[in-house]
Design a protein. Structure first.
Length: 104
């Protein structure tokens, strides 16, 4: 493997590269579309100095395939080890990956 290939592999952010990230799947309450969003644990989190926890907020919008552009807001809280401790959602529901893959 050349030096260039090793650098490209180290900087790649694709699935399975070992980068700190977590994928969440949600189902829209309006149209039922299953969407995914990725949280980069190294860059997307904000530290709450009072509690010592990290948090992030994501807004997911559907593809428009069903003429639905419902905004789904996700609020995630992580402990100081960046392990998920709380998740909230409005406009949708959380689903597991197998259910998401069954949709399409």
């Amino acid at each position: 493997m050349s030096l260039f290939d090793r650098i490209r592999k180290a900087l790649s952010s694709g699935p399975g590269t070992g980068r700190l990230g977590r994928v969440f799947y949600v189902r829209c309450n309006r149209c039922g579309e299953v969407l995914s969003t990725r949280v980069d644990l190294a860059n997307d989190l904000t530290l709450d100095y009072e509690s010592g926890h990290y948090f992030t907020r994501k807004v997911v919008v559907g593809s428009g395939a069903n003429r639905c552009f419902q905004r789904i807001e996700i609020r995630l809280t992580f402990d100081n080890q960046k392990q998920l401790i709380d998740k909230e959602i409005s406009g949708g529901t959380f689903v597991e990956r197998p259910e998401a893959n069954a949709e399409g």
